[in-house]
Design a protein around this ligand. Structure first.
Ligand code: ATP
Ligand code: MG
Length: 418
C-alpha cells in the first residue's frame, strides 16, 4: 500500500499543484511545488496564517460524490493527495484543465455553532439536501457522458467507466438493451425513483437513469476496486470487515422494504478507500422482469425456495450472502472446508435453510408476525460474534488489501504485455 501511495505521490512530484483554501471570507490559492513532501502540520500552519482568528485543527476535502472527508493526520493527507492525483489525471484524459485541490478548514467554534443549527433545522436540512440531489441527478443526460472503458459484462447489460463532464464526476454506467413499450419504460423510471432516496455508505450511490431508444442507462458511483468476484481467496480479517458492510447494506435496504434479490460477489463493490458497497438490487420489478424475459438462467446463489418458485423473503437474501461469503473465503465456488469464518457462514445457512420460528399467525396480526421474523434474522446477523469482532469501522484493512491486489494485478498485466 505504501509503495502504491508513494507511486501516486511520485507522479505528482514532477509538477506543482494548487491548493485552494476555502475560508468564510474568500478563497486563498497556494502553489505547492513538491506535494509528496507536504505534511499535515505545514498545511495547518498555512491555513492558520490565512485564518488567524479561527481555531483550526483539521480540514476537509470533497470526494467525487460531494461527500466531505476530514483530514487530521499525515496518512489522511496522503490519501487526499492520491485521490486528487487520480482526479487530475481523469480531467486531463478528458481534455480538461485540472481544478485546484479545494480544502475546507474546520473551525472548532464554527462547528459547534453549525451543530446547533443542524440539530434545530435537521428536518429542513434533510429535505433541502434531498432536493439538491434530485436536481443534480436531473442534469445527467446522454450527451454529457464520455465513455472510457468497459468494466464488465453481465447477463443483462454492459457496464462502462464514464466521465460526466458537467459534474466532473467519474461514473459507472450500466447499459441494458430492452425491447419494451414506452409505457413500460415509464413504469421502470418511476420504480427507480426510490434509488434517489437511498443514502447509505454501504449502498452504491445512484445518480440518474435514462432511456435512449431501446436502451436504459443507469448511472452510479464508480468503485475503483471493482467487484469481489475477481479477487482471489480473501483473508478472514478483510472478509470479516466486508461482511459487516454487506450486512449493514442489506439491513438498510430491508429497512426501506427493498429486497436485494441478486446478492453475489459481482454485486459487492470495493474501492481503494476501503469502502464496500452493494449494487444491482432489484428495486424495479418491471426492470427485473424485462431483463429476465431476454436472458434466462439460474443463479447459483439463489436460495432453494426461490429456485423452486416459492415466495422470496429476507432469508433468501441471507442465503445468498452465505453462499457468496463461502466462495470468497474459499476462493472457489463452494467448496466444503473448515475455516474460522465458516462459523458465521453455517449460522447464515442455518437461518436460511430452515423455516425461522414464527409467531402463531392466529394470535397475532400477519404484519406483526412478519416484523418479528425480520427482526430475528437481522438481530442474528448483527449480533453474531464474528461480525461484532470485525465491526470496528477499520476501513484501512480493506483499503490496504484492495490497493495491494490492484497493484499485483497491474504488475501481472505488465508482465503479460512484456
Ligand atoms: P449479472 O448481470 O448476472 O448481475 P454481473 O454483476 O457480473 O452479472 P454487471 O452487473 O453487468 O454483471 O457488472 C459487470 C461488471 O462491471 C461487474 O462484475 C463489476 O466488475 C463491474 N461494475 C459494475 N458496477 C460497477 C461500479 N459501480 N464500479 C466499478 N465496477 C463496476
Ligand atoms: Mg452486477
Amino acid at each position: 500500500v505504501f509503495i502504491f501511495a508513494l507511486k501516486q505521490l511520485c507522479a505528482m512530484d514532477t509538477e506543482a499543484i494548487v491548493i485552494r483554501i476555502k475560508t468564510p471570507t474568500g478563497d486563498m490559492d497556494s502553489s505547492v511545488d513538491c506535494p509528496s513532501l507536504l505534511n499535515f502540520n505545514d498545511l495547518l500552519v498555512a491555513i492558520r496564517d490565512v485564518m488567524p482568528e479561527a481555531t483550526v485543527t483539521a480540514f476537509e476535502y470533497e470526494d467525487e460524490v460531494g461527500d466531505r472527508i476530514t483530514v487530521r493526520s499525515d496518512e489522511e493527507l496522503k490519501a487526499m493527495l492520491s485521490y486528487y492525483c487520480n482526479t487530475m489525471n481523469e480531467q486531463r484524459m478528458n481534455g480538461l484543465l485540472p481544478d485546484p485541490l479545494q480544502i475546507f478548514p474546520r473551525d472548532v467554534w464554527h462547528i459547534s455553532l453549525t451543530l446547533c443549527c443542524v440539530l434545530f433545522f435537521s428536518s429542513l436540512k434533510k429535505s433541502s439536501a434531498e432536493l439538491k440531489r434530485i436536481l443534480t441527478n436531473g442534469q445527467i443526460n446522454a450527451q454529457d457522458i464520455h465513455y472510457q472503458e468497459q468494466l464488465g459484462h453481465g447477463n443483462g447489460g454492459t457496464v462502462y467507466k464514464a466521465y460526466h463532464v458537467l459534474s466532473k464526476r467519474v461514473l459507472a454506467v450500466k447499459v441494458i438493451p430492452l425491447d419494451i413499450t414506452v409505457e413500460l419504460q415509464k413504469q421502470i423510471m418511476s420504480e427507480l425513483e426510490i434509488l434517489y432516496k437511498c443514502d447509505s455508505p454501504y449502498i452504491i450511490r445512484f445518480f440518474s437513469a435514462f432511456f435512449v431508444e431501446n436502451r436504459i442507462s443507469i448511472c452510479t458511483e464508480f468503485m475503483d476496486g471493482g467487484s469481489l468476484d475477481v479477487y482471489k481467496r480473501i483473508p478472514e480479517h478483510v472478509l470479516g470487515r466486508i461482511a459487516v458492510a454487506v450486512v449493514k447494506g442489506l439491513t438498510y435496504l430491508w429497512s426501506l422494504k427493498i429486497l436485494h434479490r441478486d446478492v453475489k460477489p459481482s454485486n459487492m463493490l470495493v474501492n481503494t478507500r476501503g469502502q464496500v458497497k452493494l449494487c444491482d438490487f432489484g428495486v424495479s420489478t418491471q426492470l427485473v422482469n424485462s431483463i429476465a424475459k431476454t436472458y434466462v438462467g439460474t443463479n447459483a446463489y439463489m436460495a432453494p425456495e426461490r429456485i423452486s418458485g416459492e415466495q422470496y423473503g429476507i432469508h433468501a437474501d441471507v442465503w445468498s450472502v452465505g453462499i457468496s461469503f463461502m466462495e470468497l473465503a474459499l476462493g472457489m465456488f463452494p467448496y466444503p472446508q473448515q475455516l474460522n469464518v465458516t462459523c458465521f457462514l453455517s449460522e447464515l445457512f442455518c437461518c436460511s435453510s430452515q423455516d425461522p420460528p414464527v409467531l402463531p399467525v392466529g394470535q397475532f396480526s400477519e404484519k406483526f408476525v412478519h416484523f418479528i421474523t425480520q427482526c430475528r434474522l437481522q438481530k442474528k446477523l448483527f449480533k453474531h460474534l464474528c461480525l461484532s469482532l470485525y465491526n470496528d469501522g477499520n476501513a484501512e484493512v480493506v483499503s490496504m488489501w484492495v490497493c495491494r491486489c490492484l497493484e499485483e494485478r497491474r504488475a501481472q498485466q505488465a508482465q503479460g504485455r512484456i
